[in-house]
Design a protein around this ligand. Sequence first.
Ligand SMILES: [Zn+2]
Ligand SMILES: [Zn+2]
Length: 934
Amino acid sequence: MNVPEIELSLIKYWKENKIFEKSVQNRKGGGKFTFLEGPPYANGKPHYGHISSRVIKDVFLRYKTMKGFLVERSGGFDTHGLPVEVEMEKKLGFKSKKQIVDYGIERFNNECKASTSKPISDFKQITERIGFWIDMEKSYITMEDYYIESVWWSLKELWKQGLLSEGDKVVPWCPRCETSQSNTEVALGYKEIVDKSVYVKFKCKDRDFSFLVWTTTPWTLYANVALAVGKELDYVVKEVKGEKLVILSDLHEKFEGKILQKLKGKELEGLNYEQLFTEVKCDERCFKVITADFVSTTEGTGIVHLAPAFGEDDFNACDKKFPLLKPVNENGTFTKDVPSLEGMDVRKAGDKIIKNLEEKGALVKIENYTHDYPHCWRCETPLIYYARNSWFIQVTKIKEKILENNEKINWFPNYIKNGRFGGFLNELRDWNLSRERFWGIPLPIWECECGNKECIGSKKELKEKALNEVPSDLHRPYIDEVKLKCKCGKEMKRVPYIIDVWYDSGAAPFAKWHYPFENQDKFKENFPVDFIEEGLDQTRGWFYTLLAINTALFGETPYKNVLVTGMVLDENGKKLSKSKGNFIDPNILIDKYGVEALRWTLISQVETWEVKKFGETAVKQNYNKYVLTFLNCFEYFKTYCLNAVEVESKNPLDKWIISRMNHTIDKVEGYLESFDAFRASKKLEDFIINDLSNWYIRLSRERFESKDGDWNEAASTLKKVLKKAGLTAACLSPFIAEHIYYGIEKQSVHLQDFPEKGEVDKELEDSMDEARKIIEAGRKIRNLNKIKTRQPLERVIITKKIKEFEEIIKQELNVKRLEFNDDFEEFTQEPFAYEEFEPEQYVVLDLTITPELKAEGIVNELSRRIQQRRKEEKLTVNQKVKKIIVEGLKEWSSIEPFLENLKEKVRAESIENGKANAKEEDFEGGKIKIEIVK
Ligand SMILES: [Zn+2]
Ligand SMILES: [Zn+2]
């Protein structure tokens, strides 16, 4: 069976017959179930994270369709920002932002734009191959003009509400990309690193002691302007190696020495100290001790050095009372204001700085410090904090409303709502929106020397106010050329910024429709959407930007239900990384096993939101277990059960499998209703493997294969069950389900309704459970006594009366008789052996092996060997052979009475004892040969 080939032919069938389109259109008139695609970045290749989240989306979109909803769905692509720019810089071999400017912004941006087409087509290809049904041709693309215009409209709305503001703030800064970042971006790039932290003393001018200061960023010492202590905190003056040092009382034990004096923080306020690095010019306002409330009492020394240009707390504490020393360039190197270090990268200058401190006699101690430090989420350079003029969205002003809207959202899993997500919302900071970059939506704000600023909300408005022609492409550098007329008479120029790319995707609910310029009805029908699903990392990303932007604009949450998916890691729990090469290209696995095994691995391993360990081993396992078992059930059906006429079977085993099927439908439906693809798939898999394949079909073999007796009852039962199983599986494993359902009904399973659960016979299922327990206990007895199942035994005794399935128990335990006897004591010694199958109820086997039973066991084993040989010789199931010759079987005479039966079973005209031309094999302690004469 070539599964990938089957899948490809199904894709072809779906495409040619427009089955996806029909599956949507057929539901017109039903209720709507709306969905919004979180746009992947159009750079690089689709990876397992993308595939995982797409597969899970697909499950619910298909499920809702089968439940009668109209589920219109289209894709989306994120095409701007650092992800695309950094990739392009790598391609062009650029190391700095200046190289882009030299290269030309127009050329650079055009290449960024062009670079998105390959990833978009890769995404389309993999989307089709994995069977994710979504209209990719109608995808929204964030770099399109219509999208940008909608974003401009929204920014103007925020502007009107006074939520868009400008100011000098300390922002996270990537010195390589030379741009500021938002908290969302910072949250994506934390990595654990070891830094050299230093304890440094600042000599007090007014008293005979020095202030002991601790910092993890020694380079900021060059920008020091003040020290901060806690007003009400207790400090001591301690003599350490002949030096008098001030340190927080709670932390003084870090240094050995004698305490000379105790004082309160407020007694230190206003004291002056000597500048550490006098080479940096500064005025007389500097170098004073102030009080602040953020001073840590658990780390450092309780005295914080303030460099307002490089720390948000420092900036706020200094509150413009001190000059802003900023001896660092935008690319993270020292300026000429620090002559001794000019041109050096601040984060690489550590050793030099430490040497400088030593020479000044200011260094007290060096300590390695391990911490999570933010890195650029695209280029992995450590970020610095940097004072900068920036544009912000004041989300803190609408924090209450955002929190309120979060309460209305159904989170799966629920604990994210007030946990990871709620926690992030509670710590909300204003959103740094402006970026000093090139490829993105230009910030539509124009400013004039007179201080007047204006925000533009549409192309029409821009055309009305522009002094020159408005370009057809709204990107930089064209838009930078547009000048507006200020009310003061002068020209207004656009600010040099583009906006944070995370804003782009957060605007998708309205911008994908070009709202409000077009499709107002479409927007209304789709807002808020019923369902979104993305990875856990989006709690600080898309889940947040969606909620923040749309709360600000519409006062509403933009999504009602959000399902979170876990990260995909390698088999050892390591991050999948191109450079480590610890994963196989998805297409290779798909070509080998088909995509269904991959889908099943991603759905059925762990809870949707848990981390998924993924690799070929797991895919292969699911291929063998679920995919092949399910397909083999269908192959078996095709071999033995075609042309069955539908009847209501009275056979208890048939009734049981129908009940189990209905039971499974009920459970699967319940799980899917609560967005639980994991339990739904587990339940279905358990049914297919344990109930259908290993139990029902196996136990019914004789009925299926003999074609007499109640063959039709069995065959039509299997047909019913496979059809229902196909319908149940359609949303979870759409390829296998289609192969099976279409194979029986000649109609697409994806145009059908989710199956009705039908009747469940609880009593019958309980009886089967009991029978299974009895069989299990009986098998255990055989194992403990080393008696193979093929060896028939005379009888099994059960201490409890059972209602059903005696025949199955006899068959499975290979015994002639089943007896009931509640007088258990009778059977506690040889030749009996027993096992408890439920509290105080026992299964007893009579282990006596008479010569007749022994002979029968040998015949069974011989029969198995012959069948095996037939398989090796590639004989078909029904193909007759002339003769089978057996050589060397010691017990030949004892098995003669069984030969008539055996002949029929192994489809041989005769079986004789004689000289066989075959290889020797071990048999029951001896050696035999078996020759098949065709
Ligand atoms: Zn960067
Ligand atoms: Zn003006």
